[in-house]
Design a protein around this ligand. Structure first.
Ligand SMILES: NC(=O)c1ccc[n+]([C@@H]2O[C@H](COP(=O)([O-])OP(=O)(O)OC[C@H]3O[C@@H](n4cnc5c(N)ncnc54)[C@H](O)[C@@H]3O)[C@@H](O)[C@H]2O)c1
Length: 385
């Protein structure tokens, strides 16, 4: 048995909306015949593309065999047959659009960050709870192969006592003023458009740490705008008003210390664009987006500091790959399937707006820490208190 479920997809002409959510998630799920539910039936998503530009929407629609499209949010929300509203539009427009969708009785799934500030994120979580809808926030990094392998190691007790975590995220985003165009949207570099790497990435780091290692209890952060001037999509030079790098330290439950460098102005000399090393008493691991390598205490070399002679140990050689052992589907698709299953089966969805609000909270506190040059504790949100 098959049941269709209509999804209004707002922001589908954007980077995330088109590639990750429409093409690699929703259309793939459709091709596979929908999501299998516990009762043996299948839930088949039917997207409605929503945006401002009819030409772009029509082109996407045609490219994928004539998908439905619409330019008016109210008209889209009025259709009772479309039960889900999905938002991957600009962060600053999310609260207004999501409130309208909640009022129209839709279930809601959103890109992160849930909102541009904590007060607004909490308003959304409360409104969604009151309406009794199924609400969800994208937490894609949890479903990446590298992070799933790392979680497996943690569950197996591989690390002993976990001591610390060190993560490097970033790559060079071109300025756009010579040779190559910028590979990220210009709003990312403007505070007034809710840009900035802290709001963008700390929303990820919160759920990665909370769900993989331990809850985040305190934050200290130094941000920077290393590149002061960039060139936008129209070829116009603009002043960067938002942070493009952040040097954050977090204290987690159990005394775990986590350091995260996030930067759009660094050149990559590592195996992946994101790598996170976890050190424990019995072993260490380094996880990336896809790979994860371990070094157990029994394989740990015994280096001796002596820069007067050439280094005698090939440090990387004694690390072991965690094997794939299972098929890893696209991380966004995996989370969409869990969300659709929660709606189809009427079960709770843990990656909800409250979890999304925690991401916004960490970003907000990190910005405050930078401004005030001090450590700040992360208070429980009302729902947890
Ligand atoms: N999960 C992740 O890893 C990840 C990565 C990047 C971005 N994001 C999030 O996804 C969201 C979209 O980011 P993106 O990089 O795809 O941005 P983008 O600029 O490529 O796309 C934004 C979309 O919103 C539309 N839009 C822009 N201005 C608008 C306006 N004034 N009115 C109506 N629509 C408008 C655009 O046409 C486009 O469809 C952001 O909230 C961002 O934080 C998440």
């Amino acid at each position: 048995m098959e049941r269709r479920i209509g999804i209004i997809m707002n922001g589908v002409t954007g980077r995330m909306g088109l590639n990750q959510h429409l093409v690699r998630s929703i259309l793939r799920i459709r091709e596979e015949g929908g999501v299998l539910l516990a009762d043996g039936s299948r839930l088949v998503p039917d997207p409605l593309l929503l945006g401002r530009n009819p030409e772009k929407l029509e082109a996407i629609s045609k490219r994928f065999g004539g998908l439905r499209w619409e330019t008016d949010l109210d008209r889209a929300l009025a259709n009772k047959e479309d039960e889900i509203y999905f938002d991957s539009g600009p962060t600053g427009m999310r609260e207004e659009n999501v409130i309208r969708a909640i009022t129209a009785g839709k279930h809601i799934y959103c890109e992160k960050p849930l909102s541009a500030d904590l007060a607004s994120a909490i308003r959304l979580a409360e409104a969604a709870d009151t309406a009794g809808i199924c609400h969800g926030i994208v937490q894609d990094k949890l479903f990446l192969p590298g992070i799933r392998k790392l979680r497996r190691l943690i569950q197996s007790g591989f690390f002993g006592k976990i001591l610390s975590v060190r993560a490097e995220f970033g790559y060079w985003v071109f300025e756009g003023d010579w040779g190559l165009p910028a590979q990220r949207p210009s709003w990312n570099y403007r505070k007034e458009d809710d840009g900035g790497i802290i709001l963008d990435m700390f929303a990820h780091w919160r759920y990665v740490l909370d769900h993989t290692l331990a809850p985040v209890r305190s934050v200290s952060c130094l941000g920077a705008t290393h590149i002061p001037q960039r060139v936008d999509e129209e070829g116009k030079s603009y002043t960067c008003t938002a942070d493009d790098a952040a040097y954050g330290t977090f204290l987690l439950d159990g005394g775990i210390v986590a350091q995260f460098n996030s930067s759009w102005s660094t050149r990559v000399y590592r195996d992946e664009l994101f790598v996170m090393q976890v050190d424990g008493t019995e072993g260490s691991a380094i996880a990336g987006l896809r790979e994860c390598r371990t070094q157990h205490r029994t394989n740990t070399p015994r280096p001796i500091w002596n820069p007067d002679v050439p280094n005698s140990i090939a440090f990387r050689a004694s690390w072991l790959d965690v094997p794939d052992n299972m098929e890893f589907d696209n991380a966004f698709k995996v989370q969409w399937e869990i969300y659709l299953r929660a709606i189809g089966e009427g079960t709770p969805f843990v990656h909800n707006f409250w979890d999304g609000a925690k991401g916004v909270q960490l970003a907000e506190l990190a910005l405050q820490s930078w401004r005030e040059r001090r450590w700040i504790d992360v208070a429980p949100l009302r729902e947890e208190a």
